[in-house]
Design a binder for this molecule. Structure first.
Ligand SMILES: *[C@@H]1O[C@H](CO)[C@@H](O)[C@H](O)[C@H]1NC(C)=O
Ligand SMILES: *[C@@H]1O[C@H](CO)[C@@H](O)[C@H](O)[C@H]1NC(C)=O
Ligand SMILES: *[C@@H]1O[C@H](CO)[C@@H](O)[C@H](O)[C@H]1NC(C)=O
Ligand SMILES: *[C@@H]1O[C@H](CO)[C@@H](O)[C@H](O)[C@H]1NC(C)=O
Length: 365
């Protein structure tokens, strides 16, 4: 009968012919997405990412900084959303903290160049940017810089100006298509002119920022221009302290960062995520933190738990930088001098910020 001719060789030929006719060209299929096979079939809208608040504001012994390590290290360690404040400085987009005279973290073009270097070397990673458009610059001006840095071709443009949580593509399809840089712009986004600069607040809602009481890290919708039921959402999980005398200006409470970033306990990142799941029945998409390495990787552990994957970094992440140890002396008088210097710095920051921008701008510290 016919079956006796179906030798293994014939079977394999038939199988090959079948595959060739069914798939005329071979499609690349990512096997691992953002470090995990399980995430390839997961919608971007159903993944939790760690974000660095003011990712460009890097330095120690400086109240205007929110991170110890630059974005290359942040990305290597697992940060997948880079938040930034963009300012117009003589026609150039610079990343500054509140005002360029206070802290200037360099040009957006240089920043995007570092993002591209990382993404080129890590082709199975989806990365997001959150741009606070402090001077309401038009999308065309951002587009020029994205093109100059060569990241326009990596940028994901949705089919419509807004997407609900479930409409976002899978990480696997974004990686396969090479469109794996997602950029949200806080103001002026215009889908018809630059579709890859995605309007933040019609697509993402946020919790309150500049929280100074760890007990008030809740999961209440604070800012949105859309339907919070179906949008992605971001939690601002960084603790500030008010310094410089009444009423005080918020500055990062670095001494509390281990507690704030931890996976459990009062005021922790893990606790706020749990509150969110209780309130909204789903995980936050973005966890925005200061000094991400404080907690020894706890922020990544929280995200992994939310995603239902293991957190097993192949290399250890950066370790916290102790500001006290890096001053000239560890003595208590040196610490006192340092405190005074912080207050003096604070006073000048307050003057510049208050005069030029008011104290009300988005995420000043
Ligand atoms: C957002 O949070 C700030 C700070 O807690 C608060 O003052 C403001 O009223 C909140 N806005 C809304 C709409 O909830
Ligand atoms: C934070 O924790 C690290 C150990 O993970 C420790 O070395 C460091 O001193 C702690 N910093 C503060 C400010 O508690
Ligand atoms: C979202 O991801 C979780 C795992 O974190 C999974 O249990 C759930 O089914 C997913 N939901 C959707 C709508 O994809
Ligand atoms: C610096 O030293 C002070 C006083 O010993 C301590 O309370 C504080 O936590 C230290 N700061 C950091 C960032 O380690």
């Amino acid at each position: 009968m016919f079956s006796k001719y179906l030798t293994p060789a014939v079977l394999s030929l038939l199988l090959t012919l079948h595959l060739v006719s069914a798939t005329p060209y071979i499609q690349r299929r990512a096997a691992v997405c953002n470090g995990h096979a399980e995430l390839c079939d997961r919608s971007y809208g159903n993944v939790t990412f760690v974000g660095a608040h003011n990712s460009y504001a890097v330095g120690i012994n400086n109240l205007a900084t929110n991170q110890d390590y630059d974005i290359t290290q942040q990305l290597q360690d697992g940060v997948r959303m880079l938040q930034m404040q963009a300012h117009n400085q003589n026609g150039v987009i610079q990343l500054c903290h509140t005002a360029c005279g206070l802290y200037n973290g360099g040009t957006l073009e240089d920043f995007l160049g570092k993002v591209k270097t990382f993404m080129d070397a890590n082709p199975n990673e989806v990365v997001s940017l959150l741009v606070v458009n402090s001077d309401n610059l038009p999308p065309s001006q951002y587009d020029d810089v994205f093109r100059a840095a060569g990241v326009d071709t990596l940028s994901y443009a949705p089919a419509t100006a807004t997407l609900t949580q479930g409409e976002w593509p899978t990480l696997g399809s974004m990686i396969d298509s090479g469109k794996r840089l997602v950029t949200f712009l806080s103001t002026t986004a215009d889908f018809n002119s630059v579709p890859y600069l995605i309007d933040e607040f019609t697509n993402v809602w946020e919790t309150a920022f500049d929280v100074t009481d760890p007990a008030s890290f809740d999961c209440t919708v604070n800012r949105t221009k859309g339907d919070s039921e179906t949008q992605l959402y971001l939690i601002n999980h960084f603790l500030d302290q008010l310094i410089g005398g009444f009423p005080g200006l918020p500055a990062p409470f670095k001494e509390q960062a281990n507690v704030t970033n931890s996976a459990s306990g009062p005021g922790s990142l893990g606790e706020q995520v749990n509150t969110c799941v209780n309130d909204h029945g789903r995980n936050p998409n973005f966890l925005l933190v200061d000094f991400y390495e404080f907690g020894g990787g706890s922020v990544f552990q929280v995200a992994a738990t939310a995603n239902g994957v293991d957190y097993n970094p192949s290399t250890p992440i950066a370790t916290p930088i102790d500001e006290n140890a890096s001053s000239s002396s560890g003595s208590s008088s040196a610490s006192l001098d340092f405190r005074i210097a912080r207050n003096q710095l604070y006073a000048s920051m307050a003057a510049v910020a208050g005069v030029m921008f008011g104290l009300d701008c988005y995420g000043p510290f």
